[in-house]
Design a protein around this ligand. Structure first.
Ligand code: HPA
Ligand code: ZN
Length: 332
């Protein structure tokens, strides 16, 4: 099964580029930028990665990304991820970035996006991995800051396929960003947002995301299983869910594997992704292996997860079809 998963053509739809910053690169960037880190070794740094819920994870995540300062830093970050993706036969990725996590500490928006964009172009040419960017807003900042960031992104609209919403969900419901999402839709961006697992008001947040915001996709979202009306809405609208089993295991009580199984049985377009692989020790390949071992998934079911993912990508139909054909050929 591990060999089957290794060769399976894969699609990654829930990956925070800042969450791919491995300790080794963190040390390199700190050295390059003259920043002192509070750790003396990779082992010591990894040992400090202790979190058991979303806020405790986010503290480590924001602290870690402070070493990212210049355009080459963002290039190196994205290129390191895309090399890893190529090794795992990820054929296509939609990659989140958090511009406000950088602009809020003085790194200009254009430094971030130019570095990421250059890596995506090189990876397409050199590695054969295609990728697009999704710009996320930090939901624990004010909506006005998100709107200003949206406006700042408009000159780079051709480089961004859609928008997302992440960071601490507690007390920061989707409705807080209704005007930002409305403007983004008018600008032609596709829409997704985190509805993290087992949050306060998870059900109400998912309802707002679907009914008030009109999202095209939901990141995480397994809690729809607690409300049949939400399941019906997701099915009726063909909304895909980007689940992250290993991540779930770190920030909640489990990988939510049974929930993912149930979503598959219901015919929901559920997918498996890695979230923040440098912090959760697992890229998409390891996530598929972990889920397969937990649920005893068959080859057909693993292929179905990747079919779901390519189907809900924000790619034109002919490219979706080409990737779906790769999955089918591999399974055959
Ligand atoms: N949830 C919310 N915010 C995040 C996450 C996540 O899984 N990863 C990085 N920022
Ligand atoms: Zn996430």
């Amino acid at each position: 099964m591990k060999d089957f998963i290794a060769g399976l053509p894969k699609c990654e739809l829930h990956l925070h580029i800042e969450g791919t910053l491995e300790p080794e690169l963190k040390f390199d960037l700190a050295r390059r930028n003259g920043i002192a880190l509070p750790y003396t070794s990779v082992e010591e740094m990894r040992a400090a990665y202790s979190f058991d819920d979303l806020p405790s994870f986010l503290t480590v995540y924001y602290e870690g990304m402070q070493v990212l300062r210049t355009e080459p830093d963002f290039y190196d970050l994205a290129m390191a991820y895309l090399r890893k993706a190529a090794e795992q036969n990820v054929r296509y990725a939609e990659i989140f970035f958090d511009p406000q996590a950088h602009t809020s500490r003085g790194v200009p928006f254009d430094v971030v996006i130019r570095g990421l964009r250059r890596a995506l172009i090189d990876a397409d040419r050199q590695l054969g991995v295609r990728a697009q960017l999704i710009m996320c807003f930090l939901r624990d900042f004010q909506a006005e800051y998100a709107m200003a960031t949206l406006l700042e992104s408009l000159p780079y609209k051709e480089w961004i396929v859609g928008i997302g919403l992440d960071s601490d969900e507690k007390g920061n419901p989707p409705a807080k960003f209704a005007a930002v999402y409305e403007r983004a839709r008018q600008e032609g961006y596709l829409l997704t947002m985190h509805c993290d697992v087992d949050q306060d008001n998870s059900i109400e947040h998912i309802r707002q995301a679907i009914e008030e915001i009109g999202v095209d996709r939901i990141d995480h979202g397994v809690n729809i299983l607690e409300d049949q009306r939400l399941v019906d809405l997701v099915l009726a609208r063909g909304i895909g869910l980007t689940c992250c089993p290993i991540s779930n295991g770190y920030v909640t009580d489990s990988m939510k594997a049974e929930g993912i199984r149930k979503l598959m049985e219901l015919g929901v377009r559920v997918t498996v992704n890695s979230d923040d692989p440098a912090y959760f020790n697992g890229y998409v390949g390891e996530n598929l292996v972990a889920l397969q071992e937990e649920l005893q998934l068959t080859r057909e079911e693993l292929a179905r997860l990747e079919r779901n993912a390519f189907e809900i990508t924000w790619l034109p139909r002919h490219l979706k079809d080409a990737y779906l054909a790769e999955v089918d050929a591999y399974l055959a």
